[in-house]
Design a binder for this molecule. Structure first.
Ligand code: SF4
Ligand code: SF4
Length: 147
């Protein structure tokens, strides 16, 4: 009988200690993000797939298809094409393809661009079993963002 009582007391004490820990943790600030209901804020230096930068003055891509980024890429995953229109000083990019399945996020392309026309995006929640979906058309992506 005495042993049973002792066990009951010990059990209640253990329960109260557990409840105290739970209550202390319950009122502490939350450190996790309820993904996917809330998006993560990626750090400044985070490297997602590269994206074209828009010129705020024209609303178009800054890129003028000089090919320097494509030449600097060690994996050969960039294809750039552009056209020079009459009266314009520089070409306009018409196609900027990135094969992200080959990209190592090394940053050589971003460093090679003389006009900061590309940057790393903050895209992080991207997965697919289809390799061809990693072939990105960055010009179209920029156009879609402006709609
Ligand atoms: S980050 Fe590196 S591998 Fe990826 S596209 Fe740029 S240069 Fe190529
Ligand atoms: S992103 Fe920069 S380096 Fe690459 S083609 Fe455009 S202007 Fe040239």
């Amino acid at each position: 009988m005495r042993a049973t009582l002792r066990e009951i007391v010990l059990g209640c004490r253990s329960l109260l200690v557990g409840m105290r820990v739970t209550m202390v943790e319950f009122f502490k600030p939350v450190v996790t993000v309820p993904y996917p209901h809330e998006a993560l804020r990626m750090p400044e230096r985070y490297r997602g797939p590269i994206e074209l930068v828009r010129d705020p003055a024209t609303g178009r891509a800054i890129c003028y298809a000089c090919q320097l980024c494509a030449r600097a890429c060690p994996s050969g995953c960039i294809t750039v094409e552009g056209v020079k229109r009459e009266g314009e000083r520089r070409k306009r990019v018409t196609q900027y393809q990135l094969d992200f399945s080959l990209c190592s996020l090394c940053g050589a392309c971003v460093e090679a661009c003389p006009d900061a026309a590309i940057r790393f995006s903050k895209r992080y929640n991207w997965a697919t079993p289809h390799k061809e979906e990693f072939l990105l058309d960055l010009v179209r992506q920029l156009e879609q963002e402006s709609r």
